[in-house]
Design a protein around this ligand. Sequence first.
Ligand SMILES: C[S@@+](CC[C@H](N)C(=O)[O-])C[C@H]1O[C@@H](n2cnc3c(N)ncnc32)[C@H](O)[C@@H]1O
Ligand code: SF4
Length: 427
Amino acid sequence: MINTRKDTAYWDPARKGFVTNYPNFLHWKKLSATEMADTRPLNVYVHTPYCIQQCAYCYYKTINLRGTNKAQRIDQYVDALCREVELATDYYQLQNRPVVSVYFGGGTPSLLNETQLQRVIEAIRRNLNLSDATEFTVEAEPVTITQAKADLLKRLGVNRVSMGVQSFDEGIIKRSNRLDDEKKVLRAIDIVRTMDVAVNIDLMSGLAEETRETWEYSVNRAIESGVQSITVYKTELYTNTPYYKEVRNNTLDLPDDDQELIFMDYAIGELTQADYYPWSFFTFSKCGQYQQKYATSTFLGDDCYAFGTSAFGKLGNYLFQNSNDEQKYMALLAEDQLPVTRGHHLTCLDAMIREVVLGMKLVSFDLRRFQSRYGFKLETLCADTLADLQEKGFITLTEDEIRLTHKGILYGDYSGKSLAKRLMEME
Ligand SMILES: C[S@@+](CC[C@H](N)C(=O)[O-])C[C@H]1O[C@@H](n2cnc3c(N)ncnc32)[C@H](O)[C@@H]1O
Ligand code: SF4
C-alpha cells in the first residue's frame, strides 16, 4: 500500500512529484454518503451505585442506602439517568448504532423498584436502537428479588440475570456482612428461574473463614442449583474495604494465595465435570452455551456507552468515565451537561495492548482477527513470550489461536499480562 508507484524513477531524488493525498485515488473504491455514518455495534452499560449493605470484601464505590428513604433518593438518580440517555444519544448520534447488548450493573440495580426500572429501560428503548440486541442483563442481589420485579424485568426484555451469591455457607455469608442466607439465595434463584432467562451466579474464592469444606459445599450447591452460568472471582484485597482494615489490624487472616489456588483448582475440576465449561477464565457456562455477549464484545474492543455515576465506557478511540460523585453527576445533568469528567485517548499501541490483555480473558484468542485489525502478527511481535508461556504450560498455540490451558485458566490474567508487557516494551 505504501508503494503507490512501482516505477523506481518515482522515488529518485527530484523536486517534481507533488504528493496530493495518501493513498492516491487509484486505491479508492465506490462509496456512498450513508456508508460513512458510524453504524458499528454498540454495547450499553447502566450503573446503579446503591446497595443495602456494605459487604466486607467489596471494593466497588457504593452508596449504602440501608435505613434511608431509598425511593426518593433513587427517583432523583433515575431522573438524571433518563436525561443522560437522551443527551448522550443526541450528542453522539447513538441511535444510528445497533445495540448488541445491555448490561445493568452496580452496586445493586435490582434495588430499583418496578417504576424506576421501567422508567430507565423505557428511556433506553425509546432513544437507542435495540432491535438487534440479543442480550439484556441485570445484576441482582438475592434479597432484593421479588416475583413482581422478576415478572416486570421479563416483560421489559431482560433475558439474563446475574446474582451475587459469593458463598452458600451461612457463617461466611454473615462474616461477609451480607443480608442473605442460603434459604434466601435459593429462593431468589427459584424466582429468577421462573423468568426462563439465563441465570448467572457469582461465587468468590478466598473469602474470610473459607475452608476446604465450606468451599466444596459452595461449589457443589452452585452446581446443584442448575443455573446456566457460574462465575468464580478470586477475592482481591483492596484498601477501601472493611476487610483491609481488619487485615491491617491483625484481626483477620484471609486464605493465602496458595490456598486460594487450591480452591480455584477444585472449582474448575468440579465445574467441568458437571459440564460447565469456561468461556472466560472466571465464567463457566452449562455445556459451553450462554457465553455472555456483553463481556465478549467489550473485551474484544467493541464500543460501550456507559451511563450513570462513575460508569466507564469506550467510544471509538476514547475511554471515558462519568463523574464518580453522585451529586455532581446529577447536578451536571440538571444543567443539561454530559457528566463525563475523565478519559484516555487510545493510541494504536494502546488499542492493541488493550485488546490482547482483555481478549486473553476469553480463553481463546483469535490471531487472524488481531492481524486483520492491526496489520501485525501478534505471534511475531511476541514470539519469545508466547514460546515461554507455551513451554511453561499456560497456553497452547496454533497458527490461528492462542488458547489458555487448565493452568492458564487457573492463573487468570497472567498470560494476557505477560503478552501486554512484551507489547509495552515496544513503545
Ligand atoms: C456489583 S456486584 C454483584 C451484584 C450485587 N451487588 C451483589 O453483590 O449481589 C459484582 C460482583 O463483584 C464481585 N466482587 C466484589 N468485591 C470483590 C473483591 N474484592 N474481589 C473479587 N470480586 C469481588 C462479587 O462477586 C460481586 O457479586
Ligand atoms: S458485593 Fe454487591 S451488594 Fe455487596 S457492597 Fe458490593 S456491590 Fe454492594
